[in-house]
Design a protein around this ligand. Structure first.
Ligand code: DAT
Ligand code: MG
Length: 154
């Protein structure tokens, strides 16, 4: 299986609630590699691009206001099949329906205040990592104990 990259955003609600470290710890414990990480304040234009599938929805104005009013943490993660792995770790969009054990299911109670974004497909992930990170902000390195994260034939 090929290595993939995906984009995570730790949203304003998570930052206000002191959950940055708790969220990052989940990904580290899973064995995903952090290859880029920074704080950013999304602009309205970035929000409209990032949520282009939702701009016509009635809740979009609140979503844009929410995502742009406060800095967020952007992370690029790398791992085998990590786009789906991260989606599974996040849980359902409506956090009240997210299963216990998922990030949303353990730490949030809302659809619009659901603490984390993760890319929804490999194609989206490619675009989203580029949206938030310049090439020089992404780092290539290997885990010293890589053979303990994956078998050679995976
Ligand atoms: P996800 O974040 O699980 O990929 P999405 O891409 O459909 O879900 O929506 C992006 C964000 O928009 C979501 O995290 C919160 C907000 N949102 C989606 N549906 C909503 C709704 N019905 N009411 C309020 N906010 C919503
Ligand atoms: Mg989405």
């Amino acid at each position: 299986m090929a290595m993939e990259r995906t984009l995570i955003l730790i949203k304003p609600d998570a930052i206000q609630r002191g959950l940055i470290g708790g969220i990052i710890a989940r990904f580290e414990a899973r064995g995903l590699k952090v290859i880029g990480m920074k704080m950013v304040k999304m602009s309205a234009a970035m929000s409209k691009e990032h949520y282009s599938h939702l701009t016509s929805k009635p809740f979009y104005p609140d979503l844009e206001k929410f995502m742009t009013h406060h800095p967020i943490v952007a992370m690029a993660l790398e791992g085998k099949e990590c786009v789906q792995v991260v989606r599974d770790m996040m849980g359902a969009t409506n956090a009240r329906k997210a299963l216990p054990g998922t990030i949303r299911g353990d730490m949030s109670m809302s659809t619009s205040r659901n603490i984390i974004h993760g890319s929804d497909s490999l194609e989206t992930a490619g675009k989203e990592v580029k949206r938030f990170f310049k090439p020089e902000e992404l780092y290539e390195y290997t885990f010293a104990a890589q053979e303990y994260n994956y078998a050679p034939d995976e």
